[in-house]
Write a protein that binds this ligand. Structure first.
Ligand code: FES
Ligand code: FE
Length: 441
């Protein structure tokens, strides 16, 4: 049995040892066995709208440059000069055909090739001029760009397994393509990174931790539809990916009421999407989903907009978080304003949700100092039910079983549950021949 996970199917109970959140040796192992071996999100292609656009990003603590090169191709480069190591790019973002290292002046184009170096006669004519270094693998799915530091990693589409379908449900909501709104929400939490992974798919905490938010929603919209949270499901998507999904509730369970014009705009688009993809798929699309893509990418689609969240460990008790808002590119100004307002109201630095979550996670981490007295956290909710819902904890156990397999080598069997109801199995009707989905064009 692993020293970190108790998975007792008879009781049933599932426990995680709090040392997994506090021990520096665990983070070392996570870096080697998870972050050096899986696919990690760096950014979305729509963040680089023009040729030569770039963004600098950390991926698992490694500084990278995320580029659209002069031919329009997505590139990812290690942000380190091959000469003696200075950080090649110290800007957060910009547009550049070339980058010149500020230390000794070596220059590179955005396809990674060295183009000049001061006084290069000292190197001789046969000198092998190094270019920029790339991670072992770079690939994308529906515009989500991932890198892997493992040349042997499985193909991205296989790695994503059942999560692909949920990415499709997010990306098919636009007729012209979803786009990331410019601007980044960056924050840090004095807690272990896995606590935020859990929290991002945790329906159980919503009503208690975010009581004020729900009071505000009730005040703005009237009562929350009875039983709304119960019409949900928690699903294992394979490879450590999991989702908590909710069925559609009117024009959304969360967010402030839409204006009549914004409601009409959204309804007209969904009617056209029904024509294109069929009711079964669009009914699913119209619901909600909190999706973990193992290990550290989260997509939260709560009708009022889609949060893309990347979670990076720094030390066992400190993480950095980056969030973006993904919206249909054709949204009019009213819907965009509404979504951004919802983002700020719920997720923002002064919002009614994220600060509460940060407080909850930081108190967990501080209280782990009592781990000699209380070594185990409990994540058993819904183990004995036939069809776990989003207020259960199957989605977290799926993450932890994969974590445990990679970190300790212990393979635990999947949890047996009933297959999801027909609603969650609805498939996309493929566009008629000759019609190319705009999002993929
Ligand atoms: Fe970049 Fe010397 S370290 S040119
Ligand atoms: Fe929360």
């Amino acid at each position: 049995m692993s020293e970190y996970v108790i998975d007792d199917r008879d009781m049933p109970k599932f426990r995680v040892n709090r040392a997994a959140m506090t021990d520096p040796a665990v983070l070392e192992r996570e870096r080697e066995r998870i972050f050096d071996r899986t696919w990690l999100y760096i950014g979305h292609e729509t963040e680089l709208t023009k040729r030569n656009d770039f963004l600098t990003r950390n991926v698992a603590g490694r500084p990278m440059i995320f580029f659209r090169d002069h031919e329009g191709k997505i590139q990812v480069w290690a942000n380190s000069c091959p000469h003696r190591g200075a950080m090649l790019c110290r800007e957060k973002q910009g547009n550049a055909r070339f980058m010149t290292c500020f230390y000794h002046g070596w220059a590179f184009n955005n396809a990674g090739k060295m183009v000049s170096m001061p006084s290069d006669e000292a190197y001789g004519p046969d000198f092998d001029r190094p270019g920029l270094a790339a991670p072992a693998r770079v690939d994308s799915y529906r515009g989500f760009v991932f890198v892997s530091f493992d040349p042997e990693v499985e193909e991205l589409v296989e790695y994503l397994a059942g999560a692909r379908e949920y990415i499709d449900l997010v990306m098919d909501q636009s007729e012209v393509g979803m786009r990331v709104v410019p601007g980044t929400h960056e924050y840090s939490v004095k807690a272990n990174w896995k606590l935020l992974v859990e929290n991002s798919v945790d329906g159980y905490h919503a009503i208690t931790t975010h009581q004020r938010y729900f009071e505000m929603i009730v005040a703005a919209r009237g009562e929350i539809p009875a039983g709304a949270l119960a019409r949900s499901s928690s699903l294992d998507l394979g490879n450590g990916h999991a989702v908590a999904v909710g069925e559609p509730v009117g024009d959304g369970l969360l967010g402030r009421p839409l204006s009549e014009a914004a409601k009409a705009e959204r309804a007209a688009r969904f009617a056209r999407l029904r024509e294109r993809y069929g009711d079964a798929w669009v009914d699913r699309m119209d619901g909600t989903r909190n999706l973990i893509i193992f290990p550290n990418l989260v997509l939260i689609d709560l009708v009022m907009g889609v949060v893309v969240r990347k979670i990076d460990p720094v030390t066992p008790d400190y993480m950095e978080v980056t969030g973006w808002e993904l919206v249909p590119a054709e949204d009019g100004p009213e819907l965009t304003r509404h979504r951004l307002d919802d983002y700020l109201t719920f997720w923002g630095p002064g919002g009614l949700a994220t600060p509460d979550d940060v407080e909850a996670l930081e108190t967990c981490q501080r209280s782990f100092a009592t781990r000699a007295e209380l070594p185990w956290s409990d994540i058993s909710r819904g183990m004995n039910t036939a069809s776990p819902v989003s207020t259960d904890e199957l989605q977290m156990r799926v993450f932890w079983r994969r974590w445990n397999a990679l970190v300790t080598g212990e393979q635990l069997p999947d949890e047996p549950h009933d297959p999801p109801s027909a609603f969650y199995l609805g498939q996309r009707r493929e566009p008629a021949e000759g019609v190319v989905a705009a999002a993929d064009a």
